[in-house]
Design a protein around this ligand. Sequence first.
Ligand code: FAD
Length: 316
Amino acid sequence: MSEILVLVDHVDGAVRKTTNELLTIARRLGEPSAVFIGSDVSAAADQLKAYGAEKVYVVDDAEVKGYLVAPKAEVLQQLVEKTSPAAVLISSNAEGKEIAGRLAVKTDSGLITDAVDVQPGDSGPVTTQSVFAGNYTVQAKVTKGTPIITVKPNAATPEQVEGAAEQEKVDVTISDAAKSAKIVASEPRKATGRPELTEAAIVVSGGRGTGGNFEPVEKFADSLGAAVGASRAAVDSGWYPHSFQVGQTGKTVSPQLYVAAGISGAIQHRAGMQTSKTIVAINKDEEAPLFELVDFGVVGDLHAVLPAATDEVNKR
Ligand code: FAD
């Protein structure tokens, strides 16, 4: 069976949910092998058993940790040359996309970014993406080299399947060029206690309709264990930080459930959330364009609807 390389997305050894999603997708395509790059990651690599990794290539190198993406692309290049995988799957975040781009150049391969689905095809994986601000859904496949595919969070529900997760230590040589930029300091973002926006299974977003009061949005989000998002109008008004903006010039989310409160549904906002599995809108204007897209709509004032919904959820 053909090997599929999955680059493990982790923070200091703590594996992110997106990795389990990639392993689940990799199982559809072939035999998943995880690539765990970092320092002191051998113990953490064992967790990948639970999501079906048959093999884990461990690159336990303190040097790689201190640098930006270039060494990781070199590590993957060396593994691609060694194992000739049928595909390489990488998380679609800023770091993952840069690694994927560099890897595609280094291996003279085709690259597909931001896939929301990946399925096996006759001659390699077939991806689904939402393009042109969400106006088109396209199916694509790589026709040259090793398919390098970045996959958006929530593209698959992680399935627990026991894998062998046999660890293989890999010694790699990092070029001087790849070490030319180094991380000198990093500071963790202030913890909100909520899941990361692009990874959350549920997102509750607020727009101009909040009038600047995000408390009902946050309380409802907390009752569901959800992340909080915001429209650009809310961000531009200074009501919520830009890192929480959903849309064309913000983050793209694809959760199981997206709740939009006081958001009209401009095309640029839709571009960041329309691949969500279930969409709910709360808007006092029954003509709001977002109602065309939703699975469930509530016509009403969010300042009344959200607290009532929060109470109902908290009763359960
Ligand atoms: P509005 O369009 O003003 O809508 C507010 C809604 O709230 C209305 O539908 C109103 O009926 C409703 N409302 C008001 N009060 C209440 C209440 N009490 N209860 C319930 N409903 C209420 N936008 C993004 O969101 N993300 C982006 O990344 C983004 N990128 C852009 C990039 C470009 C190049 C451009 C030109 C625009 C971009 N925009 C983006 C802006 C976008 O076009 C819209 O202006 C923006 O999404 C509107 O935000 P909104 O829906 O919160 O505000």
